[in-house]
Design a protein around this ligand. Structure first.
Ligand SMILES: *Cc1c(COP(=O)(O)O)cnc(C)c1O
Length: 384
């Protein structure tokens, strides 16, 4: 047992103004899944993500990122029996909505630079699925741990085959790809505000839509698909997916500290950079070039035990654990998950190797100086 308090991988970090927005909701009795905080949070997000002065985006605040993915696939017309392409190395929430719709996930491996969707494997997969008689209905691309995926390469392939992209930006709010904020690159984008994400509403998410009409359709579906009538009339199946006005109040406060918290996460990444500089066998996930800006939601490393005198990922994870510090293996790829064992997979072994040898390190924006010293001393001990 350690005498020290627990250091978490990533924990909620309040800015201070959240409670006043929540208080306002109570005082005006907007304790409902609609109200001024919901509208305000949506416009805060729109202003923050705004691609260019002439181009606008439309955001629907929802109860979760998973709900946003589900609605994006519905709006793209995914039906039972369809196939949907999805990055394999990701959180299960990227893939689950495909199954909700009775569609079939087709998983794609990772490329070694950003650890995201491999464009080469994507192209092979699309051609093979088409040859087998079915063109995939959508491509779900993820910016893992905040690191933007190779979007231009993916877009080129998607354009060539006319398959829309759903951009899973749940971990990448504030990341930038070649001058555009992540979440605004795809045909639809999604964000998450779950407890350990870069900002939190305690639980929540958002859909980033290209047109006012598609946002309108998303909100319609998210509020039980009520037709325009004085009574409750329904011509479609709806969902209860809207964000509560209380949670949206937390989100409004969090938006005020988003850039500050990104700077703090990047500072933590920089500390890891200095610790691992010149260390054989340890690779820190880093921006491949200056056109890519990561929020560094989680700093993650890959350990090659052939170059570290046999010390591996588990050795480091257990060492951290002994000292009451949380670290975590990378996501287990979906094509290796029991629940998706029957789904096709295209790609090499990069995703599998990342799962075997990768570790996420404490990355919170609320780590104290003393926390950072504790983390550093463990890593220095491990590297020795
Ligand atoms: C968190 C996350 C989601 C789901 O978001 P929720 O708000 O938790 O439903 C989806 N995709 C990825 C990559 C995530 O990390």
């Amino acid at each position: 047992m350690s005498e020290y308090s627990k250091i978490w991988l990533s924990s909620p970090h309040m800015g201070g103004t959240e409670q006043s927005f929540v208080q306002e909701a109570f005082e005006s009795n907007w304790v409902a899944p609609l109200g001024p905080n919901v509208t305000g949070f949506e416009s805060d997000l729109e202003n923050y993500l705004q691609p260019t002065a002439s181009e606008s985006i439309h955001i629907a605040a929802l109860s979760s990122g998973t709900a946003a993915l589900h609605l994006a696939l519905i709006l793209l017309g995914v039906k039972p029996g369809d196939e949907v392409i999805c990055q394999s190395l990701t959180f299960s929430a990227s893939a689950n909505p495909i199954a909700y719709l009775g569609a079939k996930p087709i998983f794609i491996g990772s490329e070694p630079e950003t650890w995201n969707l491999c464009p080469n494997a994507l192209e092979v997969a699309i051609k093979d699925r088409i040859a087998k008689g079915k063109k995939p209905k959508a491509i779900i691309a993820v910016h893992l741990y905040g690191m933007p995926c190779k979007f231009d390469e993916i877009r080129k392939i998607s354009d060539c085959h006319q398959i829309p992209i759903v951009e899973d930006s749940a971990e990448a709010l504030g990341s930038v790809y070649k001058g555009r904020k992540c979440g605004t690159l795809g045909d639809f984008g999604i964000l998450s505000f779950n407890g350990n994400k870069i900002i939190t509403t305690s639980g929540g998410g958002a859909l980033v839509a290209r047109t006012k009409a598609s946002k309108g359709k998303a909100v319609f579906l998210a509020t039980q698909a009520r037709d325009a009538a004085p009574h409750y009339q329904h011509s479609e199946i709806g969902y209860n997916y809207r964000l509560s006005n209380i949670c949206a109040g937390i989100g409004r406060g969090q938006m005020m500290v988003l850039d500050k918290h990104i700077a703090l996460r990047r500072e933590m990444h920089h500390i890891y950079e200095t610790i691992f500089a010149g260390v054989e066998g340890i690779t820190l996930l880093s921006e491949p070039d200056s056109g890519i800006f990561s929020n560094h939601w989680l700093s993650a490393i890959l350990i090659d035990s052939k170059k570290t005198k046999g010390k591996n990922r588990e050795d480091l994870r257990l060492l951290f654990d002994q000292h009451n510090i949380e670290s975590r293996p990378l996501w287990k790829p979906m094509h290796l998950q029991p629940v998706f064992s029957n789904c096709p997979y295209y790609g090499g072994d990069v995703a599998g190797q990342l799962f075997e040898n990768g570790l996420c390190l404490p990355s919170g924006s609320n780590l104290t100086h003393a926390d950072k010293q504790r983390i550093r001393s463990i890593l220095e001990k491990f590297i020795l």
